[in-house]
Design a protein around this ligand. Structure first.
Ligand code: PHE
Length: 464
């Protein structure tokens, strides 16, 4: 007999868990550096537009698909597509989601592992010693990522924490972790934001973020903003769909979806305020990629009074944010095994967690430790190594394609009668909101995401 399907304890449980999935390295690491590269202001505005017009509609679509079927992606799409023209082909969309979860987790947990190491070094004082020596942070970071056993260790430790969260189920595992970590994360970030207001760079940071100068906005920036809206809201691979499948019918879909997007956005903006205030205070140069989090910031933290405390709090914050995201990635893969292969939750979590960890070893060794996989570049030298190749494939292809198909499936394939019937439950008075959503999911979202995919194929653009 299969165990009864899990459910959140209530509205707050779902919102916290889904916000936990959304808030992650995308908010604390990627958003600040792409905002910097795209000159702030106007990019931030376009990003907010992308969240509202593309992100929120697809988020609501995923919640509708999940809650309607009470199944994870493969089962959900199969059930809804059954008996209609082209029915079984759509099941591929469910499998794409499971594959995306597997692939993203296999490299995301490596960067997450770095946050554990940096937390440890901040607490133990080693980070301060590195920051005191010019150039030492960069040298350390380069050596650290190329050290295969360190990378496997960090990845393994983070996968264990992730498995621990998923193993105990929807309410006593995933929700419990989110209930503890999310408020702590918000507290730490707010405390840092208050501190940031006292730094000399605060005014400059606010101007940079909120005074748009449209002359600096490029087409690439617009597409990058839309692409990032997907990654940061955990859309396009069924994570929100799966979490939505544990949601009760008496809760409001639009309210929950909008709350999640608002929380995610506020946290991304606060992270920018904190980081840019500190960075502008010392006129630091922000370099691309991982640099900002692991080499630029530690250097500036220790120039502030109470630097040790700030650095420790910061890396704990990033580790927390990453953990609630990795938990949602593993849940997508595990729930496939639970729903479709009828495994128990414990079997599914341990087996899938172990499989992803083992596969992730290849990624861990592709940052310099083993030259064959570190130089593996089937997609060109801009994505050298398995880690970068998979990151590129997932963020540029799997999520946008998954998101486009979810928008088309929900907007055009399901009847408005069905989608309205689902949205109505828990929020009967939202008819005009529903009508607005239908227009966005049918037109705005597919056109915007279609433009991304078109530009990747024909204009050679990238969204990293
Ligand atoms: N949204 C997460 C972040 O911002 C990443 C993520 C993507 C998590 C897809 C789950 C699914 O870091």
């Amino acid at each position: 007999m299969a165990a009864p399907r899990g459910q959140w304890s209530g509205k707050l449980g779902f919102i916290l868990a889904a916000a936990g999935s959304a808030v992650g390295l995308g908010n604390l690491w990627k958003f600040p550096y792409i905002t910097y590269e795209n000159h702030g202001g106007a990019f931030v505005l376009v990003y907010l537009g992308a969240i509202a017009l593309v992100g929120i509609p697809i988020m609501l679509a995923e919640i509708i698909l999940g809650r309607r079927t009470q199944l994870s992606p493969v089962g959900a799409i199969r059930k809804l597509a059954a008996g209609r023209a082209g029915g079984s082909a759509w099941t591929g969309l469910g499998f794409l989601g499971v594959a995306s979860g597997f692939v993203i987790l296999s490299y995301y947990s490596i960067v997450a592992g770095w946050t554990l190491r940096y937390t440890w070094m901040a607490l133990g004082g080693q980070l301060e010693a590195l920051a005191a020596e010019p150039g030492a942070l960069g040298t350390f970071f380069g050596g650290y990522v190329a050290d295969g056993s360190q990378q496997i260790l960090g990845n393994g430790a983070f996968m264990l924490l992730t498995i621990g969260g998923v193993y105990f189920g929807v309410k006593s595992g995933i929700e419990r972790v989110a209930r503890v970590l999310m408020p702590l994360l918000v507290l730490i970030l707010l405390a840092m934001a208050v501190y940031a207001t006292t730094t000399a760079g605060f005014g400059k940071a606010v101007t940079f973020l909120f005074r748009p100068s449209f002359g600096e906005l490029t087409t690439h920036a617009v597409l990058e903003a839309v692409g990032h809206a997907f990654f940061t809201l955990s859309l396009g691979m069924g994570a929100i769909l799966t979490y939505g499948s544990y949601m009760g019918k008496n809760e409001s879909v639009p309210l929950a979806g909008i709350a999640i997007a608002v929380i995610d956005t506020i946290i991304a903006i606060l992270a920018c305020i904190v980081m840019f205030s500190i960075i502008f205070t010392f006129d630091m140069d922000v370099t691309k990629s991982a640099g900002i989090l692991f080499t630029t910031l530690p250097a500036v933290f220790y120039q502030l009074s109470g630097g040790g405390l700030i650095a420790s709090a910061f890396y704990i914050l990033v580790a927390f944010a990453a953990l609630t995201s990795t938990i949602s990635l593993l849940e997508v893969v595990s729930s496939y095994a639970i729903d479709e292969l009828k495994w128990t939750r414990h079997q599914a979590t341990l087996t899938m967690g172990l499989a992803i960890f083992l596969f992730g070893i290849l990624n861990a060794l592709s940052l310099g430790a083993v030259s064959g996989i570190s130089n593996f570049s089937p997609l060109g030298s801009a994505h050298a190594g398995l880690f970068n190749t998979l990151d590129y494939l997932a963020s540029n292809w799997m999520l946008p394609v998954g998101g486009l198909l979810i928008a088309i499936f929900t907007g055009w394939f399901l009847s408005p009668k069905e989608t309205w019937d689902e949205m109505r439950q828990g929020s009967p008075g939202c008819r005009s909101l529903y009508d607005g959503w239908l227009v966005l999911i049918r037109f705005a979202a597919p056109i915007a995401v279609g433009a991304i995919i078109f530009s990747i194929i024909f204009l050679g653009m990238e969204y990293q």
